[in-house]
Design a protein around this ligand. Structure first.
Ligand code: GLN
Length: 498
């Protein structure tokens, strides 16, 4: 029996290397577990038929390497045999990818996303694709065309979203690692609801080529894992060394170097005395639950114990983030979704003429939330309102970015809760979109500004005197390209929590 619960990448690689089990045995153990729990949780939309074939290839590679005297792992095979789940909006050649939408139910990816190509190179094994909110629009997977993904900690609650399937599958031991995408919190919020780690890298650090676009200026792919170290290892495998020629928004080597150097600290230097910024005014925003407040205070105490300096900082424009996000994101959504017209991609519902084709196809095969965002986006971009909404939101975005610039002159990392509440009950926010959008209040800012952010498990909340304990998470944000600071602070935090 492989103890799936306590696996990490390092432990797994060691065991595979020592021959304690093979990659085929490991993947079989995950497939067994998926059989046991997926019917309840609904994380996987599809387990790939070739998962075991991929595992066999990994075993063969390991065997050849051993006989050629090159048994150690280098960057080419840094994740040899490690099982991954893929969010349903990332392309894996020859396999389905539906973005949890009816319109792409039959769509088969014609090429690999850059991240998938890089992970293949590193030796990863892909077990299957996992559920999400349709086209990544949502925070609970309730907008999936294939049913909600339930929280493995409490099946009456959501797993978060939009990468709810990705977070739930790591929490239920359905894969060691999963890939998610984050436009406004979609990696971090579900990670926090499910008690796992979620990393949103710096915008442009990981290629978006082969990720179905939602808000192109905000989207980024990142890992969901059990530990910060695992998130770091996967980040190292998927971050572009230089700009990806298939994604013009990826950063060049030079840009990464310049950004890294512009915040001049070495977090590895001992004793590490990072400066942690906290934003008191954020704590007064409505909707923050008491458990989350208490948990944040306890987390601050832990950082103090680590010898870190806690500094109160002012972020006067951060309170506009949510409004700015819910203008800019739909604007980009409305243009990105134009390609789903029943002609270029996906299924079609025929009408009497071309216009009726469009209306039928988009009306019947796209869900309500997606259609709502297309309409909102079209509205904020329309000639009469462009200045009032879209342009104004862009001005506010620049102000928020200047808050961050100033803050990072005083601190190395900013600490907030990941979400204002623990996982909510399925259906609780269905009739109240604003309550649903408020769940994103702490996460959207990092996307608007492009900085890296991580959610780390920080304890449990007992809600309404219920016996089930619900996971909570803290969020750390660092300057552009300083994921290393997040990893150092995050590992320290894990260590102190024990
Ligand atoms: N919950 C947010 C939204 O609905 C974030 C989504 C995301 O990051 N993909 O827009």
């Amino acid at each position: 029996m492989i103890d799936l619960k306590n696996l990490t990448i390092k432990k797994t690689l060691e065991s595979l290397q020592k021959g304690e089990y093979t990659s085929v045995e490991l993947v079989s153990a995950y497939l067994e577990q998926i059989k046991k729990v997926n019917a309840d949780v609904n994380a996987y939309l599809e387990v790939y038929e070739d998962a075991l074939v991929q595992a066999k290839v990994a075993d063969e590679k390991r065997a050849t390497r051993a006989t050629s005297g090159n048994a150690g792992l280098d960057s080419v095979n840094s994740l040899l045999g490690i099982p991954f789940a893929i969010k349903d909006n990332i392309l894996f050649a020859g396999h389905r990818a539906s973005a949890s939408s009816k319109i792409l139910e039959q769509y088969v990816a014609p090429y690999d996303a850059t991240v998938i190509a890089m992970l293949k190179e590193a030796g990863a094994v892909f077990i299957g694709r996992v559920n999400m909110d349709e086209f990544a629009m949502g925070g609970s997977t309730e907008n999936s065309a294939y049913g909600v993904t339930k929280n493995p900690h409490d099946l009456e609650r959501v797993s978060g979203g939009s990468s709810g399937g990705s977070a739930a599958t790591v929490a239920m031991d359905g894969a060691l690692i999963s890939l998610g995408s984050d436009t406004g919190g979609s990696i971090r919020q579900p990670a926090s609801y499910c008690g796992v780690v979620g990393l949103k890298p710096t915008y442009g650090r990981v290629s978006r080529h082969g990720l179905m676009a939602m808000g192109s200026s905000l989207d980024v792919i990142g890992p969901i894992t059990k530990t910060v170290e695992d998130a770091e290892l996967v980040f190292n495998a998927i971050a572009c060394v230089d700009a990806d020629r298939y994604d013009s928004t990826t950063l060049t080597k030079k840009e990464v170097e310049e950004m890294t150097a512009s915040h001049n600290i070495n977090p590895e230097k001992k004793p590490t005395k990072l400066r942690v910024g906290i934003v008191p005014e954020l704590m007064n925003l409505g909707g923050l639950s008491n458990e989350v407040k208490e948990n944040l205070d306890a987390s601050i105490e832990l950082f103090k114990k680590a010898g870190y300096e806690i500094k109160e900082i002012a972020m006067p424009n951060m309170k506009y983030s949510l409004a700015v996000y819910y203008i800019l994101m739909p604007a980009e959504v409305s243009s990105n979704m134009a390609r789903f017209d029943g002609v270029k991609y996906g299924s079609k519902v025929e009408g009497a003429d071309l216009l009726q084709d469009y209306l039928n196809t988009r009306g019947e095969l796209l869900g309500k939330e997606v259609r709502k965002r297309i309409m909102l986006g079209t509205y904020v971009l329309s000639s009469g309102y462009h200045d009032a909404y879209y342009n104004k939101a862009n001005i506010a975005k620049d102000l928020i970015a200047s808050d961050f610039k100033k803050a990072f002159e005083e601190v190395d990392v900013i600490l907030t809760p990941t979400a204002p509440t623990p996982a909510f009950k399925i259906g609780a926010h269905t009739s109240d979109p604003v309550a649903m959008y408020l769940e994103d209040i702490f996460t959207v800012t990092a996307n608007l500004v492009g900085v890296p952010a991580i959610s780390i498990p920080s304890g449990f909340a007992e809600v309404d005197g219920e016996s089930a304990k619900l996971p909570l998470g803290i969020q750390l944000m660092a300057p552009h390209c300083r994921e290393d600071i997040l990893f150092v602070a995050g590992k320290k935090f894990e260590e102190l929590r024990g």
